[in-house]
Design a protein around this ligand. Structure first.
Ligand code: IPM
Ligand code: MN
Length: 387
């Protein structure tokens, strides 16, 4: 089958890890005969440097024309001036909004073989496998007014946490659907003791739960959840929450597994047959950021990007077996003790490239023709099926 992917590798380690994902797609295409076609577009700091905006209208429309978007990361010290009018992060925020990616799925899985790398005690980590569903197109990130101003000699700023009931309903519904397929337990996180938006959130969650009598709904305050995630992480299965709460809690969840470099994410605008089906593509990205401190050193862990690619194969293209093969390859290597620097206790670790090679070899043992995402960026459409 043929698939068209918009590739936005962005800044920092984004291009390095995305390149390894291309390698894995190459293995999949060779093994299964699929054809992946890539449309390279700029996003974030590199786009600001080249086009004075974090994402161009053209890049946005190319994303809309694709079947899925594979994203790296954005940001870095070069573009961090707080007074700047353009910020790299605007690129991903605009994409989320334009593609209506309201449900951000962030699985937090602890690999038993990595428990030594976790800041938590081994006993706490047993059977930890949960999913955070973060609302991604509204809440504190997008509410208006959002601005800074000066009155007299005093500086002011405001952000607004606003939801309408439909925005809450659709994401909570995703939570129930996922919970139904898993352990039938959904934690809905809010701050209803303080915030009006949270009281609406809780009310809607209660209403939606009537359609899911088989799923247990547990309301929890988000600050309590932050504590429970490190003290009793195995109690959770599926969590659903507001944009900012989800941002903060998913970083916490990522690190209990040992490294942020392992966790993928999917951002969806529809789930066929469940949430209104539309033609907008989903976006897949590692949950780690651009990590400017290690960018260009060849030591970033590509697994989060590679697992995001696996999610793309499964959720956007329906290639379940191919996706599973990628996950199995990662599991096998992790169990065998193969490590990148972030997970290694000594100097015996693989580079970004070598880790990609190992996964590639496990999927298909043929030599890989090196493709450099950063060299081929632009409008170039690159066909991976070279044979
Ligand atoms: C994330 C990131 C983004 C966010 C940034 C890069 C805008 O931290 O995806 O979690 O805050 O949503
Ligand atoms: Mn974040």
């Amino acid at each position: 089958m043929n698939f068209k992917i918009a590739l936005l590798s962005g800044d920092g380690i984004g291009p390095e890890v995305t390149e390894e994902s291309l390698k894995i797609l190459d293995a999949v295409s060779k093994k299964y005969g699929h054809k992946f076609e890539f449309d390279y577009q700029d996003v974030g700091g590199i786009s600001i440097d080249k086009h004075n905006t974090a994402i161009t209208e053209e890049a946005l429309s190319k994303c809309l024309e694709s079947q899925a978007v594979l994203f790296g990361s954005v940001g870095g010290p070069k573009w961090d001036d707080p007074n700047s009018d353009v910020r790299p992060e605007d690129g991903i925020l605009k994409l989320r909004k334009e593609l209506d990616l309201f449900a951000n799925i962030r699985p937090a899985k602890v690999y038993p073989a990595l428990s030594n790398s976790s800041p938590l005690k081994k006993e706490i980590l047993e059977n930890v496998d949960f999913i955070i569903i973060r609302e991604l197109t509204s809440g504190l990130y997008f509410g208006e007014p959002k601005k800074r101003w000066v009155e007299g000699n005093k500086r002011y700023a405001v952000d607004t946490l606003k939801y309408d009931e439909d925005e809450v309903r659709r994401v909570v519904k995703v939570g129930f659907e996922m919970a139904r397929k898993r352990e039938k337990k959904l934690h809905s996180l809010d701050k209803m003791n303080v915030m009006a938006s949270s009281r609406l959130w809780r009310e809607i969650a209660e209403e939606v739960s009537k359609d899911y009598p088989d799923v247990e709904l547990i309301h929890m305050l988000a600050d309590n959840a932050a504590m429970q995630i490190i003290t009793n992480p195995s109690d959770f299965d599926v969590l659903v929450t507001e944009n900012t709460f989800g941002d903060i809690l998913s970083d916490e969840a990522a690190v209990i597994g040992g490294s942020m470099g392992m966790l993928p994410s999917a951002s969806l605008s529809s789930i066929p047959g469940i949430i209104e089906d539309n033609s907008k593509p989903a976006l897949y990205e590692p949950i780690h950021g651009s990590a400017p401190d290690i960018a260009g050193k060849g030591i970033a862990n590509p697994i989060a990007s590679i697992l995001s690619t696996s999610m793309m194969l499964k959720w956007s293209f329906g290639l379940d077996q191919e996706a599973e093969e990628i996950e199995n390859a990662v599991n096998t290597l992790i169990e065998k003790g193969v490590r990148t620097k972030d997970l290694s206790e000594n100097d015996n670790f693989l580079t970004t490239n070598q880790m990609g090679d190992e996964i590639y070899k496990l999927i298909k043992s043929v030599s890989y023709t090196h493709l450099r995402a950063h060299e081929t960026r632009g409008n170039l459409v690159c066909r991976l099926l070279l044979e």
